[in-house]
Design a protein around this ligand. Structure first.
Ligand SMILES: *Cc1c(COP(=O)(O)O)cnc(C)c1O
Length: 454
Protein backbone atom coordinates (compact mmCIF):
# COMPACT_ATOMS: atom_id res chain seq x y z
CA UNK A 1 0.00 0.00 0.00
CA UNK A 2 1.33 3.46 -0.86
CA UNK A 3 1.14 6.09 1.89
CA UNK A 4 -2.25 7.84 2.00
CA UNK A 5 -3.08 10.94 -0.03
CA UNK A 6 -5.97 11.92 2.21
CA UNK A 7 -6.80 11.39 5.84
CA UNK A 8 -10.53 10.92 6.44
CA UNK A 9 -12.13 10.89 9.88
CA UNK A 10 -15.50 9.25 10.60
CA UNK A 11 -18.48 11.49 11.41
CA UNK A 12 -18.16 10.43 15.04
CA UNK A 13 -14.89 12.40 15.09
CA UNK A 14 -16.61 15.73 14.42
CA UNK A 15 -15.49 17.61 17.55
CA UNK A 16 -17.90 17.59 20.52
CA UNK A 17 -16.79 21.04 21.68
CA UNK A 18 -15.27 24.22 20.31
CA UNK A 19 -11.92 25.28 21.73
CA UNK A 20 -11.92 28.69 23.42
CA UNK A 21 -8.35 29.95 23.42
CA UNK A 22 -9.25 32.70 25.90
CA UNK A 23 -8.89 30.06 28.63
CA UNK A 24 -5.21 29.54 27.77
CA UNK A 25 -4.06 33.10 27.02
CA UNK A 26 -1.00 34.23 28.99
CA UNK A 27 -2.61 37.70 29.28
CA UNK A 28 -6.33 38.52 28.93
CA UNK A 29 -7.78 40.33 25.91
CA UNK A 30 -8.10 44.13 26.28
CA UNK A 31 -11.71 45.23 26.93
CA UNK A 32 -14.15 46.04 24.12
CA UNK A 33 -15.38 49.66 24.13
CA UNK A 34 -18.67 51.34 23.30
CA UNK A 35 -18.37 53.32 20.02
CA UNK A 36 -20.06 56.42 21.46
CA UNK A 37 -18.70 56.56 25.03
CA UNK A 38 -15.42 54.66 24.55
CA UNK A 39 -16.19 52.99 27.92
CA UNK A 40 -15.94 49.20 28.31
CA UNK A 41 -19.16 47.52 27.21
CA UNK A 42 -21.09 44.71 28.85
CA UNK A 43 -23.35 41.97 27.45
CA UNK A 44 -26.42 44.28 27.55
CA UNK A 45 -24.78 46.72 25.10
CA UNK A 46 -24.45 43.97 22.51
CA UNK A 47 -27.95 42.54 23.02
CA UNK A 48 -29.61 44.59 20.23
CA UNK A 49 -27.23 42.97 17.74
CA UNK A 50 -26.52 39.43 18.91
CA UNK A 51 -28.33 36.64 20.77
CA UNK A 52 -27.25 36.27 24.41
CA UNK A 53 -25.76 32.79 23.84
CA UNK A 54 -23.24 34.23 21.37
CA UNK A 55 -22.53 37.27 23.58
CA UNK A 56 -21.71 34.91 26.44
CA UNK A 57 -19.44 32.87 24.15
CA UNK A 58 -17.72 36.11 23.15
CA UNK A 59 -16.55 36.72 26.72
CA UNK A 60 -16.44 33.14 28.01
CA UNK A 61 -13.28 31.95 29.73
CA UNK A 62 -14.33 28.26 29.57
CA UNK A 63 -11.82 26.19 27.63
CA UNK A 64 -14.36 23.93 25.88
CA UNK A 65 -17.85 24.91 24.78
CA UNK A 66 -20.13 22.05 23.82
CA UNK A 67 -21.38 22.01 20.23
CA UNK A 68 -25.19 21.61 20.27
CA UNK A 69 -26.38 18.39 18.63
CA UNK A 70 -28.49 20.15 15.92
CA UNK A 71 -25.31 22.00 14.88
CA UNK A 72 -23.23 18.81 14.75
CA UNK A 73 -26.03 17.24 12.76
CA UNK A 74 -25.71 19.87 10.00
CA UNK A 75 -21.90 19.79 10.24
CA UNK A 76 -22.27 16.15 9.15
CA UNK A 77 -23.16 17.36 5.63
CA UNK A 78 -19.46 18.12 5.05
CA UNK A 79 -17.48 17.48 8.24
CA UNK A 80 -15.00 16.10 9.08
CA UNK A 81 -13.22 17.66 6.12
CA UNK A 82 -10.29 15.84 4.51
CA UNK A 83 -6.62 16.48 5.22
CA UNK A 84 -4.50 15.90 2.12
CA UNK A 85 -0.82 15.13 1.72
CA UNK A 86 0.31 17.31 -1.21
CA UNK A 87 2.53 14.65 -2.80
CA UNK A 88 2.35 16.17 -6.27
CA UNK A 89 3.09 19.70 -5.12
CA UNK A 90 6.06 18.38 -3.12
CA UNK A 91 7.44 16.60 -6.20
CA UNK A 92 6.88 19.71 -8.34
CA UNK A 93 8.80 21.84 -5.84
CA UNK A 94 11.38 19.09 -5.41
CA UNK A 95 11.39 19.79 -1.70
CA UNK A 96 12.21 17.54 1.25
CA UNK A 97 9.33 19.26 3.10
CA UNK A 98 6.15 17.30 3.77
CA UNK A 99 3.18 19.48 2.84
CA UNK A 100 -0.34 18.82 4.12
CA UNK A 101 -3.49 20.84 3.55
CA UNK A 102 -6.83 20.80 5.29
CA UNK A 103 -9.57 21.36 2.73
CA UNK A 104 -12.58 23.43 3.82
CA UNK A 105 -13.88 23.90 0.26
CA UNK A 106 -16.04 20.76 0.60
CA UNK A 107 -18.76 22.66 2.49
CA UNK A 108 -21.94 23.50 0.55
CA UNK A 109 -20.90 27.16 0.28
CA UNK A 110 -17.36 26.21 -0.75
CA UNK A 111 -15.44 27.62 2.22
CA UNK A 112 -14.92 27.35 5.98
CA UNK A 113 -17.56 30.00 6.70
CA UNK A 114 -20.53 27.65 7.27
CA UNK A 115 -18.67 26.35 10.37
CA UNK A 116 -19.79 29.51 12.16
CA UNK A 117 -22.88 30.39 10.09
CA UNK A 118 -24.64 27.22 11.26
CA UNK A 119 -24.18 27.76 15.02
CA UNK A 120 -24.88 31.50 14.74
CA UNK A 121 -28.24 30.87 13.10
CA UNK A 122 -28.98 28.05 15.56
CA UNK A 123 -28.52 30.32 18.63
CA UNK A 124 -30.55 33.13 17.03
CA UNK A 125 -33.40 30.75 16.32
CA UNK A 126 -33.29 29.43 19.90
CA UNK A 127 -33.83 33.01 21.11
CA UNK A 128 -36.77 33.66 18.77
CA UNK A 129 -35.03 35.86 16.18
CA UNK A 130 -36.83 35.83 12.81
CA UNK A 131 -34.24 37.30 10.43
CA UNK A 132 -30.52 37.97 10.23
CA UNK A 133 -28.76 40.84 8.51
CA UNK A 134 -25.17 40.78 7.38
CA UNK A 135 -22.63 42.18 4.97
CA UNK A 136 -20.62 40.32 2.40
CA UNK A 137 -17.61 41.28 0.33
CA UNK A 138 -16.82 38.66 -2.26
CA UNK A 139 -20.00 36.78 -1.34
CA UNK A 140 -18.63 33.81 0.58
CA UNK A 141 -19.98 34.91 3.93
CA UNK A 142 -23.34 35.96 2.50
CA UNK A 143 -23.77 32.59 0.82
CA UNK A 144 -22.78 30.73 3.98
CA UNK A 145 -25.26 32.66 6.10
CA UNK A 146 -27.95 32.27 3.42
CA UNK A 147 -27.42 28.52 3.49
CA UNK A 148 -27.52 28.40 7.30
CA UNK A 149 -30.64 30.60 7.54
CA UNK A 150 -32.32 28.32 5.04
CA UNK A 151 -31.37 25.27 7.11
CA UNK A 152 -33.09 26.70 10.21
CA UNK A 153 -35.93 28.63 8.49
CA UNK A 154 -34.82 32.23 9.19
CA UNK A 155 -34.94 35.15 6.73
CA UNK A 156 -31.59 36.50 5.57
CA UNK A 157 -30.75 40.03 4.33
CA UNK A 158 -27.34 40.52 2.81
CA UNK A 159 -25.67 43.89 2.11
CA UNK A 160 -23.18 43.04 -0.60
CA UNK A 161 -20.34 45.46 -1.42
CA UNK A 162 -21.52 47.11 -4.66
CA UNK A 163 -18.43 46.33 -6.74
CA UNK A 164 -18.75 42.62 -5.87
CA UNK A 165 -22.52 42.71 -6.48
CA UNK A 166 -21.70 43.80 -10.01
CA UNK A 167 -18.70 41.55 -10.64
CA UNK A 168 -19.83 38.38 -8.81
CA UNK A 169 -23.38 37.78 -10.06
CA UNK A 170 -23.19 34.04 -9.40
CA UNK A 171 -22.42 34.46 -5.71
CA UNK A 172 -25.54 36.63 -5.59
CA UNK A 173 -27.56 33.92 -7.38
CA UNK A 174 -26.28 31.39 -4.89
CA UNK A 175 -27.58 33.47 -1.96
CA UNK A 176 -30.91 33.88 -3.74
CA UNK A 177 -31.08 30.13 -4.36
CA UNK A 178 -30.90 29.63 -0.60
CA UNK A 179 -33.64 32.23 -0.21
CA UNK A 180 -31.73 35.35 0.88
CA UNK A 181 -32.45 38.98 -0.15
CA UNK A 182 -29.32 40.65 -1.50
CA UNK A 183 -28.73 44.43 -1.77
CA UNK A 184 -25.89 46.36 -3.41
CA UNK A 185 -24.24 48.45 -0.67
CA UNK A 186 -24.25 51.41 -0.19
CA UNK A 187 -28.07 51.34 -0.47
CA UNK A 188 -30.63 54.08 0.05
CA UNK A 189 -32.37 51.92 2.69
CA UNK A 190 -30.24 53.02 5.63
CA UNK A 191 -29.03 56.27 7.15
CA UNK A 192 -25.41 55.16 6.78
CA UNK A 193 -25.90 54.15 3.15
CA UNK A 194 -27.70 57.39 2.27
CA UNK A 195 -25.03 59.58 3.85
CA UNK A 196 -22.27 57.81 1.90
CA UNK A 197 -24.23 58.12 -1.36
CA UNK A 198 -24.80 61.83 -0.71
CA UNK A 199 -21.03 62.35 -0.65
CA UNK A 200 -20.21 59.92 -3.43
CA UNK A 201 -23.08 58.62 -5.57
CA UNK A 202 -20.70 56.26 -7.40
CA UNK A 203 -19.15 54.80 -4.28
CA UNK A 204 -18.14 51.18 -5.06
CA UNK A 205 -18.78 50.24 -1.42
CA UNK A 206 -16.55 48.63 1.15
CA UNK A 207 -16.88 46.01 3.84
CA UNK A 208 -16.87 48.77 6.47
CA UNK A 209 -19.85 50.53 4.86
CA UNK A 210 -21.80 47.30 4.34
CA UNK A 211 -21.27 46.40 8.01
CA UNK A 212 -22.68 49.79 9.02
CA UNK A 213 -25.81 49.17 6.95
CA UNK A 214 -26.42 45.64 8.23
CA UNK A 215 -25.83 46.72 11.83
CA UNK A 216 -28.21 49.66 11.44
CA UNK A 217 -31.04 47.50 10.09
CA UNK A 218 -30.70 45.04 12.98
CA UNK A 219 -30.28 47.73 15.65
CA UNK A 220 -33.41 49.58 14.53
CA UNK A 221 -35.61 46.47 14.04
CA UNK A 222 -36.96 46.33 17.58
CA UNK A 223 -35.43 42.90 18.21
CA UNK A 224 -36.93 40.87 15.36
CA UNK A 225 -33.74 41.05 13.31
CA UNK A 226 -30.25 40.51 14.57
CA UNK A 227 -26.90 40.95 12.97
CA UNK A 228 -24.39 38.28 12.12
CA UNK A 229 -20.68 38.66 11.47
CA UNK A 230 -18.62 36.07 9.62
CA UNK A 231 -15.20 36.81 11.04
CA UNK A 232 -13.22 38.91 13.55
CA UNK A 233 -15.27 38.19 16.71
CA UNK A 234 -14.07 35.77 19.39
CA UNK A 235 -17.05 33.43 19.04
CA UNK A 236 -16.59 33.22 15.27
CA UNK A 237 -12.95 32.18 15.60
CA UNK A 238 -13.95 29.70 18.29
CA UNK A 239 -16.55 28.04 16.02
CA UNK A 240 -13.83 27.60 13.41
CA UNK A 241 -11.62 25.58 15.79
CA UNK A 242 -13.31 22.41 14.53
CA UNK A 243 -10.77 22.78 11.67
CA UNK A 244 -7.66 22.63 13.84
CA UNK A 245 -9.04 19.98 16.19
CA UNK A 246 -9.71 17.65 13.28
CA UNK A 247 -6.30 18.46 11.81
CA UNK A 248 -4.58 17.46 15.06
CA UNK A 249 -6.26 14.03 14.84
CA UNK A 250 -5.47 13.67 11.16
CA UNK A 251 -1.80 14.51 11.73
CA UNK A 252 -1.78 11.75 14.34
CA UNK A 253 -3.10 9.38 11.66
CA UNK A 254 -0.25 10.54 9.42
CA UNK A 255 2.14 9.99 12.33
CA UNK A 256 3.68 13.45 11.92
CA UNK A 257 3.51 16.75 13.78
CA UNK A 258 3.71 20.12 12.02
CA UNK A 259 6.78 22.35 12.27
CA UNK A 260 4.78 25.09 10.55
CA UNK A 261 1.03 25.85 10.43
CA UNK A 262 -0.24 28.47 7.96
CA UNK A 263 -3.56 30.16 7.32
CA UNK A 264 -4.57 33.23 5.31
CA UNK A 265 -6.02 36.16 7.24
CA UNK A 266 -8.78 38.57 6.30
CA UNK A 267 -10.61 39.02 9.58
CA UNK A 268 -8.75 36.03 11.01
CA UNK A 269 -11.37 33.28 11.30
CA UNK A 270 -10.03 30.43 9.18
CA UNK A 271 -6.56 31.16 10.51
CA UNK A 272 -7.83 31.06 14.10
CA UNK A 273 -9.69 27.88 13.24
CA UNK A 274 -6.65 25.95 12.09
CA UNK A 275 -4.13 27.69 14.33
CA UNK A 276 -5.60 27.97 17.83
CA UNK A 277 -5.56 24.25 18.67
CA UNK A 278 -1.87 24.27 17.63
CA UNK A 279 -1.18 27.45 19.63
CA UNK A 280 -2.62 25.55 22.58
CA UNK A 281 -0.19 22.68 21.95
CA UNK A 282 2.63 25.27 21.99
CA UNK A 283 1.37 26.94 25.17
CA UNK A 284 0.31 23.90 27.14
CA UNK A 285 2.08 20.83 25.75
CA UNK A 286 5.55 22.15 25.03
CA UNK A 287 5.28 22.02 21.26
CA UNK A 288 7.23 24.50 19.18
CA UNK A 289 5.29 24.93 15.95
CA UNK A 290 5.76 28.15 13.95
CA UNK A 291 2.33 29.57 13.21
CA UNK A 292 2.12 31.98 10.28
CA UNK A 293 -0.72 34.30 9.22
CA UNK A 294 -0.60 35.08 5.49
CA UNK A 295 -2.01 38.46 4.43
CA UNK A 296 -2.06 40.54 1.20
CA UNK A 297 0.52 43.31 0.73
CA UNK A 298 -2.51 45.43 -0.30
CA UNK A 299 -4.19 45.10 3.15
CA UNK A 300 -1.24 44.50 5.47
CA UNK A 301 -2.97 44.96 8.83
CA UNK A 302 -0.54 42.77 10.80
CA UNK A 303 2.70 43.63 9.00
CA UNK A 304 2.10 47.38 8.54
CA UNK A 305 -0.86 48.27 10.77
CA UNK A 306 -0.71 49.37 14.38
CA UNK A 307 -2.07 47.65 17.49
CA UNK A 308 -4.58 50.30 18.58
CA UNK A 309 -8.22 50.77 19.47
CA UNK A 310 -10.29 51.29 16.32
CA UNK A 311 -13.88 51.13 15.11
CA UNK A 312 -14.99 47.92 13.44
CA UNK A 313 -16.85 49.77 10.67
CA UNK A 314 -16.81 53.00 8.67
CA UNK A 315 -19.86 54.61 10.29
CA UNK A 316 -18.51 53.97 13.84
CA UNK A 317 -21.54 51.95 14.95
CA UNK A 318 -19.75 48.69 15.68
CA UNK A 319 -17.85 48.28 18.97
CA UNK A 320 -14.35 49.68 19.32
CA UNK A 321 -11.74 46.96 19.77
CA UNK A 322 -8.00 46.80 20.15
CA UNK A 323 -6.60 45.28 17.00
CA UNK A 324 -3.96 45.59 14.34
CA UNK A 325 -5.59 48.10 12.02
CA UNK A 326 -5.05 50.22 8.94
CA UNK A 327 -7.76 52.63 10.16
CA UNK A 328 -11.55 52.30 9.73
CA UNK A 329 -11.43 54.82 6.84
CA UNK A 330 -9.14 52.44 4.90
CA UNK A 331 -10.27 52.01 1.28
CA UNK A 332 -8.78 48.75 0.05
CA UNK A 333 -7.30 48.34 -3.42
CA UNK A 334 -9.52 46.17 -5.64
CA UNK A 335 -7.52 42.97 -5.13
CA UNK A 336 -9.19 39.74 -6.13
CA UNK A 337 -9.00 38.19 -2.70
CA UNK A 338 -12.17 40.07 -1.73
CA UNK A 339 -12.43 38.16 1.55
CA UNK A 340 -9.16 39.67 2.76
CA UNK A 341 -10.04 43.33 2.21
CA UNK A 342 -10.79 44.33 5.81
CA UNK A 343 -9.06 47.20 7.62
CA UNK A 344 -8.60 45.38 10.90
CA UNK A 345 -7.78 41.98 12.32
CA UNK A 346 -9.52 39.77 14.87
CA UNK A 347 -8.69 40.92 18.42
CA UNK A 348 -7.61 37.36 19.30
CA UNK A 349 -5.23 37.10 16.34
CA UNK A 350 -3.96 40.64 17.04
CA UNK A 351 -3.35 39.78 20.68
CA UNK A 352 -1.42 36.59 19.84
CA UNK A 353 0.66 38.51 17.31
CA UNK A 354 1.37 41.24 19.84
CA UNK A 355 2.45 38.57 22.35
CA UNK A 356 4.81 37.07 19.76
CA UNK A 357 2.94 33.74 19.72
CA UNK A 358 2.33 33.83 15.97
CA UNK A 359 4.11 35.27 12.92
CA UNK A 360 2.82 37.13 9.86
CA UNK A 361 3.86 37.29 6.20
CA UNK A 362 2.53 39.64 3.49
CA UNK A 363 2.33 38.44 -0.11
CA UNK A 364 1.46 40.18 -3.41
CA UNK A 365 -1.18 39.17 -5.98
CA UNK A 366 0.99 37.86 -8.82
CA UNK A 367 3.12 35.53 -6.69
CA UNK A 368 -0.14 34.34 -5.11
CA UNK A 369 -1.72 33.42 -8.42
CA UNK A 370 1.52 31.80 -9.52
CA UNK A 371 1.29 29.54 -6.47
CA UNK A 372 -2.46 29.02 -7.01
CA UNK A 373 -1.91 27.83 -10.59
CA UNK A 374 0.97 25.57 -9.57
CA UNK A 375 -1.32 24.11 -6.90
CA UNK A 376 -4.20 23.57 -9.36
CA UNK A 377 -1.85 21.90 -11.84
CA UNK A 378 -0.39 19.54 -9.24
CA UNK A 379 -3.12 18.89 -6.67
CA UNK A 380 -6.10 19.48 -8.99
CA UNK A 381 -8.15 21.78 -6.76
CA UNK A 382 -8.57 25.37 -8.01
CA UNK A 383 -8.06 27.38 -4.84
CA UNK A 384 -9.81 30.58 -3.76
CA UNK A 385 -7.54 33.63 -4.16
CA UNK A 386 -7.79 34.14 -0.37
CA UNK A 387 -6.60 30.60 0.38
CA UNK A 388 -3.82 31.02 -2.15
CA UNK A 389 -2.07 33.41 0.25
CA UNK A 390 -1.58 30.41 2.53
CA UNK A 391 -0.43 28.29 -0.42
CA UNK A 392 2.15 30.95 -1.36
CA UNK A 393 3.60 31.05 2.14
CA UNK A 394 3.60 27.22 2.33
CA UNK A 395 5.44 27.05 -1.00
CA UNK A 396 7.97 29.65 0.18
CA UNK A 397 8.59 27.67 3.37
CA UNK A 398 8.95 24.45 1.37
CA UNK A 399 11.49 26.14 -0.91
CA UNK A 400 13.43 27.39 2.12
CA UNK A 401 13.46 23.83 3.44
CA UNK A 402 14.85 22.71 0.10
CA UNK A 403 17.71 25.25 0.27
CA UNK A 404 18.42 24.20 3.85
CA UNK A 405 18.05 20.51 3.00
CA UNK A 406 15.63 20.07 5.90
CA UNK A 407 12.53 17.92 6.17
CA UNK A 408 9.95 20.37 7.50
CA UNK A 409 6.37 19.32 8.09
CA UNK A 410 4.11 22.09 6.78
CA UNK A 411 0.34 22.23 7.23
CA UNK A 412 -1.86 24.89 5.71
CA UNK A 413 -5.55 25.56 5.61
CA UNK A 414 -7.11 25.58 2.15
CA UNK A 415 -10.05 27.72 3.22
CA UNK A 416 -12.07 27.42 0.02
CA UNK A 417 -12.26 26.69 -3.68
CA UNK A 418 -12.05 29.34 -6.39
CA UNK A 419 -14.90 28.31 -8.68
CA UNK A 420 -16.48 31.76 -8.43
CA UNK A 421 -13.16 33.54 -8.88
CA UNK A 422 -12.28 32.54 -12.42
CA UNK A 423 -12.39 36.21 -13.48
CA UNK A 424 -9.40 36.75 -11.22
CA UNK A 425 -7.57 33.84 -12.83
CA UNK A 426 -8.41 35.36 -16.25
CA UNK A 427 -6.87 38.68 -15.18
CA UNK A 428 -3.76 36.84 -14.01
CA UNK A 429 -3.40 34.87 -17.25
CA UNK A 430 -3.76 38.02 -19.35
CA UNK A 431 -1.11 39.81 -17.30
CA UNK A 432 -3.58 42.37 -15.97
CA UNK A 433 -3.17 41.79 -12.28
CA UNK A 434 -1.49 44.72 -10.52
CA UNK A 435 0.56 44.13 -7.37
CA UNK A 436 -0.40 46.64 -4.71
CA UNK A 437 1.86 47.64 -1.90
CA UNK A 438 -0.04 49.66 0.68
CA UNK A 439 2.13 52.70 1.49
CA UNK A 440 3.15 53.28 5.11
CA UNK A 441 2.26 57.00 4.74
CA UNK A 442 -1.35 56.03 4.03
CA UNK A 443 -1.42 53.95 7.20
CA UNK A 444 -0.07 56.89 9.19
CA UNK A 445 -2.69 59.22 7.67
CA UNK A 446 -5.64 56.90 8.36
CA UNK A 447 -4.52 56.28 11.94
CA UNK A 448 -5.09 59.98 12.70
CA UNK A 449 -8.84 59.25 12.66
CA UNK A 450 -8.68 56.62 15.36
CA UNK A 451 -10.61 57.05 18.60
CA UNK A 452 -8.50 58.57 21.36
CA UNK A 453 -8.43 55.92 24.06
CA UNK A 454 -6.44 56.67 27.21
C1 LIG B 1 -13.83 34.85 3.85
C2 LIG B 1 -12.74 34.02 3.43
C3 LIG B 1 -11.43 34.21 3.94
C4 LIG B 1 -11.06 35.32 4.87
O1 LIG B 1 -11.76 35.37 6.08
P1 LIG B 1 -11.10 34.93 7.46
O2 LIG B 1 -12.10 35.32 8.47
O3 LIG B 1 -9.82 35.66 7.63
O4 LIG B 1 -10.91 33.46 7.38
C5 LIG B 1 -10.46 33.32 3.55
N1 LIG B 1 -10.69 32.33 2.67
C6 LIG B 1 -11.92 32.13 2.15
C7 LIG B 1 -12.11 31.02 1.18
C8 LIG B 1 -12.98 32.96 2.52
O5 LIG B 1 -14.18 32.75 2.02
Amino acid sequence: MPEPTKYILPESDIPQAWYNIQADLPAPLPPVLHPATLEPIGPADLAPLFPMALIMQEVSQERWIEIPEPVRDIYRLWRPTPLFRAWRLERFLDTPAHIYYKYEGVSPAGSHKPNTAIPQVFYNKEEGVKALTTETGAGQWGSSLAMACNAFGLDCEVFMVKVSYQTKPYRRSMMQTWGASVYASPTDQTQSGRSILAQDPDCPGSLGIAISEAVEVAATSGGTKKYSLGSVLNHVLMHQTVIGQETLKQMEMADEYPDIVIGCVGGGSNFGGIAFPFVRENLVNGRNTRIIAAEPTATPSLTKGKYLYDYGDTAKMAPVVKMFTLGHTFMPAPIHAGGLRYHGMAPLVSHLYDLGLIEAAAVAQNPIFEAAVAFARTEGIIPAPESSHAIRVAVDEALKAKVAGEKKVIVFNLSGHGHFDMGAYDAYFSGKLPDYDYPAEEVAKALKDLPQVG
